[in-house]
Design a protein around this ligand. Structure first.
Ligand code: AMP
Ligand code: MG
Length: 320
């Protein structure tokens, strides 16, 4: 459903967000596909609808600086100077995340990307939703970013609860993404605010070399991969009868796994629930002190493809 953005439709949109639904909304950069950033299952729906073959960290949109404090662990002087100059606006800052940010939002990274959009409709929606909104561009994976509500409707119309229409996005390119982790400013993606403008405020910014462009979190050196070796198995019979073994199960096992540290991603066999729990379960297994993690193969449909991609990435690094 596409509705012209009015106070009434924005209020309806906020109630959809609060209930864990998806709303496409205009920002000054492009249309975003938003979900409650603190609700992992709602965020999982974003990946499902976008048909992303892998998980990618999402930008968390806020309308009030109080949320920056809640979402991050450390905001240094450089960050505050940039915020003073460019927020609200098309600048996304990558900072160390706090524990309230679900792992699915950051693809398991220890950092979170935060932006305060300037668009009237986006700000009203975030305020009324009373929660930060995680949103990538509202398009299908591999397609052009949407800068009108019609673009969104053509690509995702049937699959999302509501599209708020406020005409064309004034900027039309994505936000600039700048990492400030560890006190060093690194440009991760050029966008709505130019490098020159940023350098006027905080001085030299490093650029990521073009050949090393980060396309997905798996390519980030800081990306979370379990320290513990991980092996994907097709059947539970392949788990050795040994202690110190962690098991990542898709759903309830047909028999009891004795003396194992077990994480079940979804009791009901629901891929969306599994995706929402994946990174947190991996974190727990990694911290449990097991020697190896056996991960049950998941169905490679819907979000299962993204889950398997992530597991394959985690396993290939550690075991050949
Ligand atoms: P989009 O999906 O178009 O909104 O793009 C989001 C951009 O922000 C992508 O280029 C992501 O890789 C980047 N991004 C989001 N969160 C992080 C993070 N924690 N660290 C590094 N890059 C991030
Ligand atoms: Mg995008």
């Amino acid at each position: 459903m596409k509705l012209k953005a009015t106070i009434k439709s924005i209020t309806l949109a906020s109630s959809i967000i609060k209930k864990g639904g998806l709303v496409a909304f205009p920002t000054e950069t492009v249309y975003g596909l938003g979900a409650d950033a603190l609700n992992p299952q709602a965020v999982a729906k974003i990946f499902e609808v976008k048909k992303r073959p892998e998980f990618d960290p999402l930008i968390v949109h806020i309308a009030d600086l109080i949320w920056l404090k809640k979402l991050t662990r450390k905001v240094d002087k450089k960050a505050f100077m940039l915020i003073k100059h460019f927020w609200p606006g098309p600048l996304t800052l990558v900072l160390l995340k706090s524990s309230i940010v679900p792992d699915i939002v950051t693809s398991g990274l220890d950092t979170v990307a935060v932006r305060m959009p300037a668009h009237r409709v986006a700000r009203k929606l975030i305020k009324l939703s009373q929660s930060p909104i995680a949103a990538p561009s509202a398009n299908t994976f591999g397609h052009l970013s949407p800068t009108t509500a019609t673009h969104v409707e053509k690509q995702l119309g049937e699959k999302i609860n509501l599209i708020l229409d406020d005409g064309k996005c004034p900027i039309g390119v994505e936000s600039t993404v700048l990492s400030l982790v560890g006190g060093k400013a690194i440009l991760l993606r050029p966008g709505g605010v130019s490098l020159e403008e940023i350098e006027k405020v905080i001085g030299k910014v490093s650029r990521q070399s073009k050949t090393k462009k980060i396309q997905s979190p798996g390519q980030l050196p800081s990306h979370y991969a379990p320290r513990t070796p991980l092996k994907i198995i097709e059947s539970l019979d392949h788990i050795p009868d040994d202690k110190n073994i962690g098991v990542l199960l898709f759903k309830n096992p047909p028999f009891k796994l004795k003396d194992k540290t077990v994480e079940i991603l979804t009791k009901k066999g629901d891929l969306r629930e599994a995706a929402a729990n994946l990174f947190s379960a991996l974190h727990r297994l990694d911290e449990s002190g097991v020697k190896i993690i056996y991960a049950e193969s998941m169905p490679k449909t819907g979000l299962g493809l993204a889950i398997m991609d992530r597991l394959q990435r985690a396993s290939s690094k550690r075991i050949t």
